[in-house]
Structure formats: C-alpha cells, structure tokens
Design a protein around this ligand. Structure first.
Ligand code: ATP
Ligand code: MG
Length: 375
C-alpha cells in the first residue's frame, strides 16, 4: 500500500497540517522537538488506531484542544483507494471511518493497512520485560489474523471476570468454586487458541528473521526465537488444565490474579544459544531488532497480500557503518518508507545509488517545507 497524503487537525503539536508523500522514501528532518516523531505517530494512529509511544489517546490531542482528527488517503496494492478518518474526542472516545463509512470494530482497520514501526521505543522488544514482547506479538498477530484481535479482547474480559471472582473469594464473600467453573472452561478454550496462534507465528517469524540476521551479521551469529507459553498445548483436555488451576488456587486467591494463561507467556530471543536479553551487547540487540522488524515486514506482506509501509524513527542516529549498509540494502526491497532524522544527519542525501525516489520534508516552526526530489 501507499500512503498518499495525511491531514492532521489538533494532533500533538500540529494545529492543522496537510502533507503529500512520495511512493518510495520520505525523509522527515528537522531539529529536536519539532514534531518528526509526532508525524510518524499520526501515521500509526491512522493505520492501526494506536500510537507506538502511548496507550493514552488524550496525550495525542493538542495541548489546548479536546479532540483531534486524522485523514489519510491510501492506495492499496490492488488499485483501490481508501480514505481513513480517525476522530478522537476526550469525552466520547474514538470513531473510525473508512471511505466515509463508520466501522463497527477496530478489527476492520487493523491489518487492512499494515505498517511496521522501528522507533527508539521498539528497543524494549529485545531489552524489555516479557510484556513488551507479548505486546509486540499481539500487534503483529492482530495485523495478520483478523480473529486474533477479537480473541485477545475476549481473553482480557474473561481474565478480568475470573480475577474479580478470585478477589471476592479472598474477601470470603461466597463459595468460590461454583462461580469460577464456567470461567475456567472459557479460559481453557481461548488460552489454547491464542497459544496455538502465537506458537505458529513465532515459528514463521524465526524463519523469516534468521536469514536476514545472518546477512546483516555476515553469518557470524545465529539468531533464534523460543516461545515459552504459560499454557501447555499438551493439556489436551479441560480436566488437565483444571488440575493445574486447582493446584494453584490458594496462591491465586491470595494474589487475586490468574496464574496460568497467555498473559504470562514469555518469548525469548537467542544469539548462538545465549539469551539476548541477558548477554547481548547493544549492537547485537540492534541487529536482532532490525532482523525482527524486516522479518515482520515480509511476514505481513505475505500473509495480508498487501505491502506494508515502514516507519523508521531516528534509526540512523545510532547505527554504525556496517549495519547502515545492511539496512540500506534492505531498503531497496521495501516499498514506501518514512524516516526521521536530524538536520545535521541526513545520510541518505549522499546516497543517490539508492535509485529510488526520495522526498525530503523539513519541519521548521511547525511547518513543512518541501525541499527536493531525486529520481
Ligand atoms: P527529536 O528529534 O528530539 O526526536 P521530534 O521532532 O521527533 O524530536 P516530537 O517528539 O515529534 O519531536 O515532538 C515533540 C514536541 O511535540 C515537543 O515539543 C512537545 O512539547 C510537543 N507535543 C507533544 N505532545 C503534544 C501535545 N499533545 N500538544 C502539543 N504539543 C505536543
Ligand atoms: Mg523524535
């Protein structure tokens, strides 16, 4: 897909902004704090309904306002043109329109306009705690598999209900076991499906990312992914799962929280058999993340039959020459890219060998100045 243009109203530091993009490489540059990342964030909200920086949509509204609106014009690979409108109001929440028709659920948006984001915040995928990797996996799977997002929403609801029962049991309000039984069964069914889907996707992601990683690191290191699900797929009957729940029940009541299920899954990345999170150097983390992100891109493209757009926030500022070359080589394979960089740091300027259209946007004083186009 191609993002043709974007119109922002009252979004972050932009009061009103209209901007047209080129089909290949869009470089957004300017000084610190001028709104480069905000612009990428708006693209993420348009395509995924969520920011990669915050879960709190109120933060996206301009300081002096109470609502924002984003309009995005997109050309799909098959030739269809789509207009997405995201309106958010601090009191009434979010409304999504695709081609002027209000969507019934965000599942209609998520995955239809696939994006991959590599931003400083993405570092937590390899360096952060397990919930960061679960979040990464959830966003990717939601884009690939329409059913997954719905499953996840149901799972969160079931978990909340069950946890409430556990908390009430702690306060001795009633006999716990009768009330919890139906929720245990629901938990079993949904946990099983989520775990199966995650397991399958991680195998595919590993298959996609490993050769990319090998190339970036000149075959010196072997990258691998291990999925450690909390729910054991060998629990082929509900009774087996219930046995585990019963074993943990006292602890669950004390904590007021369910101890088994996909919300406790761990995903581990390894380099030459050693856990990246514990032993990886900063450079090794960056290479793995790069391979994961390009692997994610390829997977999305294959599964959705739609070419994603790639958002790169500040990636060049930390990258050494070897990896920069590898990254640039991969750029040639990608379709439409948006990247931000600092004024003094426009490395692509000196790389006409890209052979791709590059459009530069200079963000100055809350305004875009279109600079030049190289074909
Ligand atoms: P850097 O080069 O440091 O990464 P940047 O150009 O990417 O900078 P952004 O993160 O996009 O900068 O924008 C930050 C600016 O946006 C800050 O000046 C901040 O005050 C402003 N800003 C953030 N949220 C809002 C908001 N809700 N309303 C108005 N301005 C905001
Ligand atoms: Mg920034």
């Amino acid at each position: 897909m191609i993002l043709r243009s974007l119109e922002l109203e009252r979004f972050r530091n932009f009061t009103h902004k209209e901007i047209e993009f080129c089909d290949a490489i869009n470089v957004i540059y300017g000084l610190n704090g001028y709104g480069k990342t905000n612009l990428l964030e708006a693209i993420s909200v348009a395509c995924l309904s969520r920011s990669f920086r915050t879960r709190n949509d109120n933060e996206l509204v301009h300081f002096e306002e109470s609502n924002f609106k984003i309009l995005a014009d997109i050309g799909l690979d098959g030739g269809l043109e789509k207009r997405i409108q995201i309106s958010y109001n601090c009191d009434h929440g979010k409304e999504i329109l695709i081609n002027h028709t209000k969507t019934k659920s965000i599942a209609e948006l998520v995955g239809s306009f696939p994006i991959v984001v590599m931003a400083p915040e993405s570092d937590s995928v390899t360096t952060g705690p397990p919930q960061e990797r679960r979040r990464f996996l959830n966003i990717l799977l939601s884009q690939i598999d329409r059913e997954y997002l719905k499953l996840l929403q149901d799972y969160v609801r079931i978990l909340k209900q069950r946890n409430r029962l556990l908390q009430n049991a702690r306060e001795n309000r009633y006999k716990f076991s009768e009330k919890v039984q139906p929720w245990n069964e629901k938990l079993y069914t949904i946990s099983r499906t989520i775990t199966e889907k995650r397991s399958l996707l991680l195998k595919e992601l590993e298959k996609s990312a490993t050769p990319i990683h090998m190339e970036i690191t000149s075959h010196l290191e072997r990258f691998s992914i291990q999925y450690r699900p909390s729910f054991n797929l060998e629990w082929d009957k509900f009774e087996k799962f219930e046995e585990i729940l019963n074993k943990n029940i006292n602890l669950e009541i004390v904590r007021g929280a369910t101890m088994v299920g996909p919300h406790r899954d761990e995903i581990q990345f390894f380099l030459n058999g050693k856990e990246l999170r514990k032993f990886g150097s900063r450079g090794q983390h960056r290479c793995c993340l790069l391979a994961i992100k390009i692997g994610e891109y390829k997977l999305l493209q294959e599964k959705r039959s739609e070419t994603p757009i790639f958002l790169l926030d500040d990636v060049y500022s930390e990258i050494d020459e070897v990896r920069e070359k590898a990254l640039n080589d991969y750029f040639l394979d990608l379709k439409q890219i948006f990247l931000t960089t600092h004024e003094s740091d426009i490395k692509l300027d000196t790389k006409p060998e890209f052979g791709k259209e590059i459009k530069y946007y200079h963000i100055q004083d809350n305004s875009f100045a279109y600079k030049e186009m190289i074909s």
